[in-house]
Structure formats: structure tokens, C-alpha cells
Design a protein around this ligand. Structure first.
Ligand code: ZN
Length: 118
């Protein structure tokens, strides 16, 4: 591996998005290359700082996704939910002027994410 190849991989490695075998090849290069070693250290530091900064932002308020769904699904007709406080799936069926949309919402540890819209 040369320095150009290593520098393309460093951001992916820092983001934990590099396949394991590529990561091993990168580390092998970095161990013997002071320039790339410095770039890897700096990229890891910046990545850590960015993660810390983003962690300070609160997520969407609880129920935000359901609020959006209520606006886009029209009048609620039926709601079915399965799961627990830790993880669950909710299906909402609504009625709009154009049809009967169905929306699925996955909730994990209190965070709700839309996963399905028909
Ligand atoms: Zn290098």
C-alpha cells in the first residue's frame, strides 16, 4: 500500500467503515510511515471530537415521528403495536382523500424510526 491509498482509507478507518482486512493493511502501512501515522492520529482525534459534539444535540422529541405520521397519514383509523419498552413495531393505518396509507414505525429504546410506508 502506498501513501495515497492509505490516505483514502484513513477517514473510513476513523469512521469504522473500513473492512477488517483493509484496516489491517492500513495499519501495516501506518506503522512504517510517520506521515500517514500523523494523519491517522489527527483524523481519529477529529472524528472523536465530532462524535462528542453531535452527542450533545438532543434527538427529536419523543413522539415526533408519530406527529409527522399523523400529519401525513390523515385521520387515524387503526393502530397496532407489538413489542416492549425496549423495542417494538407499530403499524398505523390512516385515511386521506387519496387512499388508506399504512405506516410502520420501529421503536428502539424510546427512539422511533419510520420503516414502512405503503
Ligand atoms: Zn504513508
Amino acid at each position: 500500500m502506498n501513501c495515497d491509498q492509505a490516505r483514502e482509507m484513513i477517514p473510513l478507518y476513523a469512521a469504522r467503515a473500513l473492512p477488517e482486512e483493509d484496516g489491517a493493511a492500513l495499519i501495516e502501512h501506518v506503522v512504517g510511515c510517520g506521515v500517514c501515522q500523523g494523519e491517522l492520529v489527527e483524523t481519529m482525534r477529529l472524528t472523536h471530537e465530532l462524535r462528542k459534539a453531535f452527542a450533545q444535540f438532543p434527538g427529536p422529541p419523543k413522539g415526533a415521528w408519530l406527529s409527522v405520521a399523523a400529519r401525513t397519514l390523515g385521520a387515524p383509523l387503526l393502530r397496532v403495536g407489538v413489542g416492549s419498552e425496549i423495542a417494538g413495531l407499530t403499524l398505523d393505518v390512516g385515511a386521506t382523500k387519496t387512499g388508506v396509507p399504512i405506516m410502520g414505525t420501529l421503536s428502539i429504546l424510546g427512539r422511533e424510526v419510520p420503516v414502512l410506508r405503503i
